[in-house]
Design a protein around this ligand. Sequence first.
Ligand SMILES: Cc1cc2nc3c(=O)[nH]c(=O)nc-3n(C[C@H](O)[C@H](O)[C@H](O)COP(=O)(O)OP(=O)(O)OC[C@H]3O[C@@H](n4cnc5c(N)ncnc54)[C@H](O)[C@@H]3O)c2cc1C
Length: 511
Amino acid sequence: MSNRQTETDVILIGAGIMSATLGTLLKELVPDWKITVFEKLEGPGEESSNEWNNAGTGHSALCELNYTVEKPDGSLDISKAINVNEQFQISRQFWSYLVNRNIIRNPKDFIMPLPHISLVEGEKDVTFLRKRFEALSNNPLFQGMEFSEDNGKLAEWMPLIMEGRRVDEPMAATKIDSGTDVNFGALTRILFDHLKNQKVDIKYKHQVDDIKRASNGLWELKVWNMATGAIERHSAKFVFIGGGGGSLPLLQKTGIPESRHIGGFPVSGLFLVCNNPDVVEQHHAKVYGKAKVGAPPMSVPHLDTRYIDDKKSLLFGPFAGFTPKFLKTGSNMDLINSVKPNNLVTMLAAGAKNIPLTKYLIEQLMLSKEQRIEELREFIPNARSEDWDIIVAGQRVQVIKDTVAGGKGTLQFGTEVVSAADGSVAALLGASPGASTAVHVMLEVIKKCFPQHVKAWEPKIMEMIPSYGLKLSENQELFNELHAFTTWALGLGGESSMAIHENEERKTVSH
Ligand SMILES: Cc1cc2nc3c(=O)[nH]c(=O)nc-3n(C[C@H](O)[C@H](O)[C@H](O)COP(=O)(O)OP(=O)(O)OC[C@H]3O[C@@H](n4cnc5c(N)ncnc54)[C@H](O)[C@@H]3O)c2cc1C
């Protein structure tokens, strides 16, 4: 048993999309900082970031109905949809920068253009969708969105969904062609290959078991080298806890005041995947419906074309469920072990408040394959059970905390960066909108944890993200320019977008 000890500038825990993004950003900003990564699995992007563990939607609120909320007076609040879209534009710009720098050689390896469609049935939801279309379609971020109540048009957009359908109620859909399918697993692997070339020390099969502040002010990690069985000690000035569902227990171990009164609510997931190429060929879109009453926002059903390993496939789901694990590869003790004296009241309050949700998730978990196929038939009336297999998706751990609006033990559906007051440690909790907004969220980590450097880093940040600090929804011209540029750089458009972007100057924007 060795007692290996090292000291470094930055430690990233976990080799998912979040650590991949933060490591890549930091290497661009301060190439000489030493970075070490600890990942308990054998490679990068094996948990939630893996392509089979998430839905691969480039979340930009083009089709996800839960980002537009109907207010009591009947009007729509579109602020969340705009925020999510703005955040995705930041990802598009950073990824385009990486393509330009040849860090990503072929964008098609991780991102593909794909129409995003919202589909509803029934007078009430048709009215909602029409209002949503009217509210969004004048905004630069949503230009190109089409609305139709014509079943013939819907059949053109979604032949597989409309074929054999008994239409008793009015139906409507919106479609926007600028949507994407993103293989976050592939992107994570590309970025970790790059980090390895940049001399980042990446340690797979190394599990972080404890994090303590040492007397010299550094954070000291106790790490289990799973290959040799040795317990190692590694120190750093800054630690990012990017453990996905495994972040909460590690954050609790730091003992920082900001880690108190926070809990986690694990939600598991299943997808149906189509194994019949003839069926796969009949669908070309991500089609999002409305969540059932009582269902959490992350279980909105959708039928997605996916591009994985150069192959087109179809995914339906996710079916949410309840297991006490915080990671797909986690332990059944994760939930119990996360209950501490400081979050006991928060957790008990959350338990009491969320009995209907827990009941719903357990019921969902108990569904048979045939019952799941019945739900699929709401999308594909002619679906045949033998064409579809069940696969287990990643785990999401939703944040539970005490809020002014919701009181003790309120369940949150977004992501949260929790950091120490001195910025020496930060953790990312929650899973939505998720990987799509990784660049925005990691820039938040940088702003919170390195405020003393941000001014000096701004020119480089603006080179990577030309719209940094600006709202594209309020700058139509800039949006058009950057959207056309990222469409070209990421190979999301046709020949025409290429011609527009022969001019290199378009990549710099005056603030
Ligand atoms: C069903 C489902 C559907 C989703 N759909 C979408 C979608 O369509 N679009 C989207 O943008 N996002 C989606 N998401 C969310 C997205 O997958 C996540 O937000 C994202 O992958 C999280 O990345 P991460 O790096 O934080 O975590 P992960 O990818 O889970 O990586 C964390 C890593 O940390 C490691 N780790 C944990 N604890 C330790 C430890 N103690 N020591 C060492 N290593 C450790 C884990 O092994 C893992 O490799 C979905 C998620 C799920 C579950």
